[in-house]
Design a protein around this ligand. Structure first.
Ligand SMILES: [Zn+2]
Length: 696
């Protein structure tokens, strides 16, 4: 055997390094199975015995604590690449089959070893994979090792499944539940943990929404426990803010309802080597035993919560977040990014004036942590503007211009090509000239020869650059369009606006068209809405849109009407103004006709100067003032007014009025008489009897 070994180890092997690969699958093995690790390191002595010097033995132990089944073992990758580059003379490992635990990796390593004449060594001996016998033996060892792993796993898995079917399998309990000394699952004796979970279930029962629960926790500054699942602090509780996904995890977990379940999740290995955890539907769970242990809620409550969550998921539509275009009218669904934080924005709808009105909202962060929504942008104006932009961008005229430019460039191609080729010829000539000069010089004249050689080299470089430039430009210019392609493009262009405006085109199809043309749209809401639109081809456009009017703004009375009311107030009462406005066909903001109350309210709301004040400013007097001026009783003033002896202007609908100051012609109480009146035509009425006479 020893002879055989020394035949295999050649001087060529000893010139290269020896690689010792050390691995333990799990961290626990690293700590507990130290004997095996010691044996693995002991192989180093074996490499020395075979003739490698200490410093030529390189230990690769970066994969300690990583399972052989995992694909991202850095150390193993390094080993393969060192072998592949021919740096390795020998690879040592405790059982060689441990090098790679999946047989594909193992056979690949053998093949590379054979190609690079690398030996393999384990505790049993030294193998040369280039020899058929050795290679078969090694292959067999790998297959055995894989089979062993399979049997082991099957046995373990079988045991686990049997226990799970009986509901006796111990699994890491969710936070709030712990195993007691008898192995039964009970509520966590920690009062604070218990209270937190009870609060969560009660709050969800009250609000009916996971998001509201997060918000309530946020408002009350509650800290929530979660269990650390891996790392040095495994099993310990961490306290922090409650987030949306945690609430959902707690609500969906049947263990809180006292049920034993197994098989809620399934792990799948994907092509890229990553494992994905998938949730399985309830009818595929392996075991579900309600009432298996204590819980925070009853099974009925759990079912009720599930139903509520499902309903609100349909209403709010988590599925609207991503994926293919859906039926809703929001044109940019799935394409909008938030201009403030960069997250993808979601769509929500509300009904307005009998139709669905989209709104783009950046709310994911707000939902997850119970904070405020980042921004909400009304969508109707945006969709319309984007639609118009697309129709404008894809119209026949614009494309015709582009194609014409392309044609023009093509026609100049020959000319340009000729010029560029002349450039190459010139470089060629100069290069030839430099070569001849160099050839002609006396080789002994080193000074001249050196400088001419440098000159020639320079010309050679220039020539190759000219060649490259020429072929690059030529390739660029020859990308020409055939007539057929041209026609197809133009036909599409004229079809697009027609299709876009066709009322028969569904929202979903329209959204598909948008997705073909646009990469994404970034929205930002400020004093106005700004849209950064990225087209598929890389072109960018920025649009600025005014913020749409709020609903109360839609009902505002036009300012022209207010101005008119202001003007009419000088000469008319509210009643009269209402009539005037109605005859002119003016309406209020809500579209109603005017009445005196409405006019009075507008005067008040818009702080127009009231008619009373205007009249007072013009010097008109109140009844009391008239009484004082005329030295008569109020009743007399009113009678005189009725008789037309005085002038007054009404300022309200209740016949209240202000009086024009009495002029020279105004009736007076003549001195000495009991009562005398001077009517407007100059006659004097001295008492009531005369008054009657005057009347007749
Ligand atoms: Zn945002």
């Amino acid at each position: 055997m020893m002879n055989d070994v020394h035949e295999k180890v050649q001087a060529s092997h000893l010139k290269r390094n020896a690689y010792l690969y050390v691995r333990q699958s799990t961290l626990r093995q690293v700590f507990e199975n130290t004997e095996s690790t010691k044996r693995q390191y002991g192989l180093r002595q074996r490499a020395v015995a075979l003739g490698w010097t200490e410093e030529r033995v390189i230990v690769i132990d970066t994969d300690l604590g990583q399972s052989g089944a995992s694909t991202d073992r850095e150390g193993f990758q390094r080993l393969v690449s060192e072998v592949g580059m021919g740096h390795a003379g020998i690879v040592l490992g405790l059982e060689v089959s441990r090098l790679a635990r999946n047989s594909m990796d193992w056979h690949r390593l053998l093949e590379i070893c054979a190609l690079t004449a690398t030996l393999i060594c384990d505790e049993d001996g030294v193998y040369d994979p280039a020899h058929f016998n050795d290679r078969m033996l090694l292959g067999l060892k790998g297959t055995m090792s894989e089979a062993e792993l399979h049997v082991l796993r099957a046995r373990l898995q079988g045991g686990i499944l049997n226990k799970a079917r009986r509901g006796e399998l111990e699994m890491p309990p969710p936070v709030g539940l712990v195993y007691n000394s008898d192995g039964a699952l009970v509520l966590d004796p920690d009062r604070q943990v218990q209270c937190c979970l009870k609060w969560l279930f009660a709050t969800f029962a009250r609000t009916g929404s996971a998001r509201a629960t997060v918000k309530a926790a946020q408002d009350e500054h509650l800290a929530f426990p979660r269990r650390c699942l891996r790392g040095a602090h495994k099993g310990e509780l961490l306290w922090g803010g409650l987030d949306h996904s945690q609430v959902l995890r707690v609500l969906h977990n049947p263990r809180y309802a006292g049920a034993f379940v197994y098989g809620r999740y399934r792990t799948r290995r994907s092509v890229d080597g990553l494992t994905r955890v998938q949730r399985t539907p309830r009818d595929e769970w392996l075991t579900l035993i309600p009432g298996a242990h204590e819980g925070y809620i009853s099974w009925d409550e759990y079912e009720r919560n599930e139903l509520r969550l499902r309903e609100s998921a349909q209403a709010i539509g988590a599925d609207r977040r991503r994926g293919p275009p859906r039926e809703g009218p929001a044109l940019l669904q799935g394409l909008v990014l938030c201009g403030r934080c960069g997250m993808r924005m979601t769509v929500r709808y509300h009904s307005r004036l009998g139709g669905l009105c989209p709104e783009y909202a950046c709310q994911r962060e707000g939902i997850q942590h119970g904070g405020t929504v980042c921004q909400v942008v009304p969508g109707a104006g945006i969709d319309q503007a984007v639609g118009e932009l697309l129709v404008e961008a894809v119209n026949p005229v614009a494309l015709e211009v582009t194609l014409a430019v392309q044609c023009e460039l093509q026609s100049r191609f020959e000319e340009a090509d000729h010029l560029r080729h002349a450039q190459v010829e010139r470089a060629q000539y100069e290069c030839e000239l430099a070569r001849r000069r160099y050839m002609r010089v006396d080789p002994d004249n080193r000074l001249v020869a050196d400088s001419l050689e440098a000159h020639w080299n320079e010309k050679l470089r220039a020539l190759s650059e000219a060649h490259e430039e020429y072929s690059r430009c030529r390739e660029q210019d020859t990308r020409v369009l055939t007539n057929e392609q041209r026609n197809v493009i133009l036909a599409l262009a004229s079809d697009f606006p027609r299709l876009w405006r066709d009322p028969g085109t569904s929202d979903r199809d329209r959204k598909r068209m948008v997705r073909l043309l646009l990469e994404d749209v970034t929205l930002n809401r400020d004093e106005q809405i700004s849209l950064q639109i990225r087209f598929k081809g890389g072109a960018n456009r920025t649009l600025l849109l005014p913020l749409p009017l709020r609903s109360w703004q839609l009902h505002v009375t036009p300012s022209a009407v207010i101005d008119e009311i202001n003007r009419l107030l000088d000469d008319h009462t509210a009643q009269e103004i209402a009539v005037i406005l109605n005859t002119r066909g003016m309406t209020s903001g809500a579209g109603a006709s005017f009445r005196s109350q409405l006019v009075a309210r507008l005067v008040r709301d818009y702080r127009l100067k009231p008619r009373y004040d205007r009249l007072r400013e013009r010097g008109l007097l109140t009844l009391q003032e008239m009484v004082d001026v005329l030295q008569v009783t109020p009743t007399t003033v009113k009678i005189w007014l009725r008789r037309g002896l005085l002038r007054a202007h009404a300022y309200s609908g209740k016949n209240e009025c202000l009086y024009e100051p009495p002029g020279d012609n105004a009736p007076r109480k003549a001195p000495g008489t009991k009562l005398s009146l001077r009517c407007l035509d100059g006659k004097l009425l001295s008492d009531r009897a005369k008054e009657v006479q005057y009347e007749t």
